[in-house]
Every structure is written in C-alpha cells, then in structure tokens.
Design a protein around this ligand. Structure first.
Ligand code: TRP
Length: 456
C-alpha cells in the first residue's frame, strides 16, 4: 500500500524506480533531446528572425525553464504517482485543493496532442534513414534535395505509413516499462549525436558561410522582436526541455530520495541547450551557403543537412547514421510524451501497462492524421494559426505548456509550504532561496506577461 502520510520519503512508486541518479539524468535528457533541438529550434529561430529570438529563448531557459523543471521533479518525487494523482494528493496534503489534479490532466492531454504530430515528423526521420542509405542525396543540388522533400511529404499515404511505424515502435517500448532499454539507448545516443553534430559543424565551417550563420543566430535585432516571437521563444524553451506537461514530474516519481534535483536539472538543461545551439550553428551556414531562406519552416533540417552530407566524403554513411540517431532521439522523447497518460490510466483504471499503451497509442495514431494531411491534402485548409499541424503545435507549445508551467510554479512556490520544498531540494541556503525567488515571482510573472501580451 502506498503511504498517505505527508512524508515523501516513505512513499514509493508503483512503476518501479531508476537504478541510479545517472539513470534518471539520462532518461530526462533522453526526453529533452529530440526533434525539438534539431528539427524545431532551427526553423522556429529562422522564422522569428534569429538573434533576438535566440537571446530570449536562452533567457527563458535559464530563468523560467530551470525553476519549472526543478519544481516538476520535486513535486513528482514527493507525490510518487502519475501527474494527475500527484497534484491531487499534494494539493490536499498542503491544505489547498484536490482540484490541482486538473493541472496534471492538462499535461496528459498536452502530451497526447504533442505526440500526435511529433510522431509524424519522427516518421520523416525514419524515411530519411532509408533515403540516405540508398544514396538519394549523394552530390544532390539544393533543388533536388528540396524537390525530394516536397514530393515525399506530398504523399500522404507514405508519411502515414512512417507515422504508423514510429507509433508502433513507441508503444512497444513504453509497454515494456520505465527502465529496460531506455537507459542503454540514451547512454549511447546522446554522445553519438553530439559527435555527429560536431562533424556537421566542421562541414559548416568549411563552407565559408559560418560567420554569416553565427551572425544570424547571435546578432539581436530587437526591432524585429514582437510579443508573438517572445511567446514562440518561451514555448520553445518549454517544448525543448519537456516541461509544463508533467512528463518530468512523472519521471521524478521514480527518482531515488537522495538524488540532487538541482544538479540533475542543471545537467539536463545544459545538455539540451548545447545540442540545440550546435544544431543551429550547423544548419544556418548551410542555409546561406545554398541560397535557402532561414524562414523555410518545418522542412528546414530536411532541406539543409542532406545537402551537407551529399557533399562530404563518407556522406552516405554519416547521413544514414545521423538520421538513425535523430530517430532514436525522437523515440526516447516520444516515450516521455506518452508516460503521463499511460501512468494515469494504469493507476486510475487498474489496467496493465500494455493495455494502457495500446489504447493511448491508438488514440494518438488517429489524431496524427490531422498532421499527416496538413502537409498535402489539407495544406491549404488553414484557420487561426495555420494548418491543423500549426494549430496543434501552437496550442500545445505556446499555450498549454506555458500555462502548465505557470500553475506548476505557483503550486511549488505558493501552495507547498517552505518546509516541503526545502525538504526535497535539500536546504542548501542560497541555492534554495534563488529557486524559491524564481518559482514564486520571476517565472509566474514572466509567463503571465508573455501570455497576456502575445495572446490578447
Ligand atoms: N523535448 C522534446 C524535444 O525536444 C519534446 C517534448 C516536449 C517532450 N514535451 C515533452 C518529450 C515531454 C518528452 C516529454 O524533442
């Protein structure tokens, strides 16, 4: 029986625990590092004019992302259940209300929505493994690479097939449980991905356009900064760190008592931000060297990186490995996106993990067709933020995740008493006080300010 006492230390999770502190860091890093870093960051930065956007993004990661991540982990570890049950339980325990469970509920829904399009893009990376291996890009011109991409996403049956394969793989791993396989996959994937990014960076430097890429990314032009792009930067910070939807909270529930939450968060944030910046540095010089436009949208990575691989010695090999690694990175993120929904169904409805996974997976697979069709049949059917894909992305990254983060920091900073949080974070004086300042004031006020100015 799970204990109901407000003594976090005695509670344990139904779903097992991480074998070590490193296992937890690897799992959260695996969820954070994904398409958000390599596919999304460059194109969102490109669409929002570069420099100023990148600066705002970095500020959001540090002053909002970091405290939100710490809050999520500490809440998760104290509650030791799925995000819905944890928020409900702690809400009551801290003398507030069980209604806080709704924050977890919003996270479950956000995860399902995000994965519905994430799986579609991950399907593209699977297809690009095959395209790379068969030499499609060897020596190809920018026009040929662009045409290959357009005709690929134009074929809805083909991308639906890729989406189906990717969802199948994801359901398979999640059904097997939290730990098996995941640790090993991430332990190998993150360093390998880093290495290949460095190879790409080397190539980018050799194009002679590296300076132009760096200037685009780091010269802030505040004239071009709108509230809309500030919100995009905030949304990207949430998306790339996997925060605001209870995923990190769900992982925190399996965290051993003695692990430092601050240390683990700092490690994850550093690795994730580093990989995103590297991706930008590799991609923008290629954009300028080949006369492409940074604001190209979701096809940006698929239109630039194959060009670089097509030119370099051993390109077929490197390109294949790169898309394999990117698929892996997407896979370890997809697992995290499903975890809140699966853990909730297992605990709430007494289902087995396998049953929950198949149910949730099926729902996400069906929803995914909205995004599959957004790139072909329904490409011209636009409303509000654009296509169905654009709307799902905007609603989740720019509204649901920041809103979730706002409520999570209010909960950790104002609803939970000082003793509960200092108990989890280890009362390390200045560090604890800084977290509390950020969680109580800076993060909630910052998020509200951006949401109000951008949405109204
Ligand atoms: N962070 C992931 C990426 O950058 C995407 C993501 C968003 C995610 N929210 C998540 C992954 C929650 C796992 C859990 O690709």
């Amino acid at each position: 029986m799970l204990s109901n006492q407000p003594d976090g230390g005695k509670r344990s999770s139904l779903h097992g625990h991480w074998s070590s502190r490193m296992a937890f860091i690897l799992a959260v890093t695996g969820s954070a590092v994904g398409l958000g870093n390599i596919w999304k960051f460059p194109y969102i930065a490109g669409q929002n004019g570069g420099g100023a956007f990148v600066l705002v993004y970095l500020v959001c990661v540090i002053v909002i992302g970091m405290p939100v991540m710490m809050s999520e982990i500490l809440i998760g570890r104290r509650g030791r259940r799925n995000p819905v049950a944890t928020m409900k339980l702690l809400g009551e325990e801290e003398g507030s209300s069980s209604k806080w469970g709704w924050v977890g509920g919003m996270g479950v829904i956000a995860g399902i929505f995000i994965l519905s399009y994430y799986s579609v893009i991950a399907g593209w990376t699977l297809a690009y493994v095959v395209k790379s291996a068969t030499g499609t890009f060897a020596g190809a011109s920018p026009e040929a690479v662009g045409a290959a991409f357009d005709s690929f996403v134009g074929d809805w049956r083909l991308i639906a097939l890729c989406h189906t394969i990717f969802m199948g793989l994801t359901v398979f791993v999640v059904a097997r449980g939290v730990e098996r396989g995941l640790e090993q996959a991430v332990r190998f994937m993150v360093p390998a991905l880093l290495l290949l990014m460095l190879v790409l960076l080397g190539y980018s430097i050799s194009t002679g356009y590296f300076g132009q890429g760096v200037a685009f990314m780091f010269t802030p032009d505040f004239e071009r900064l709108t509230w809309g792009s500030v919100l995009a930067a905030l949304g990207q910070a949430f998306f790339t760190l996997s925060i605001g939807m209870g995923a990190v909270m769900a992982y925190g529930a399996y965290l051993p008592e003695e692990t430092s939450i601050t240390g683990a968060s700092a490690a994850v944030v550093t690795a994730d931000t580093g990989i995103a910046i590297l991706a930008g540095l590799a991609i923008f010089p290629l954009v300028f060297a080949n006369g492409l436009t940074p604001a190209d949208g979701p096809g940006l990575v698929f239109n630039t990186l194959p060009l670089a691989f097509g030119q370099m010695a051993g390109g077929v090999f490197f390109s294949t490995i790169f898309f394999v690694l990117l698929s892996f990175a997407a896979w370890t993120s997809a697992i995290g996106l499903m975890e809140p929904a699966v853990a909730w169904i297992v605990e709430r409805f007494n289902k087995t993990r396998a049953q929950a996974c198949v149910g949730v997976g099926l729902l996400i697979w069906i929803l995914g067709f909205g995004s599959v069709l957004s790139f072909n049949v329904l490409a011209d059917t636009t409303f509000l933020a654009g296509t169905i894909f654009d709307n799902v992305d905007y609603l989740t990254s720019n509204i649901m995740l920041p809103l979730g983060g706002l409520l999570i920091t209010i909960f950790a900073g104002w609803v939970m008493c000082r003793n509960s949080t200092s108990d989890e974070l280890g009362n390390s004086g200045g560090l604890f006080r800084s977290w509390r300042m950020l969680a109580r004031f800076v993060a909630p006020i910052g998020i509200l300010l951006v949401l109000i100015n951008a949405v109204l």
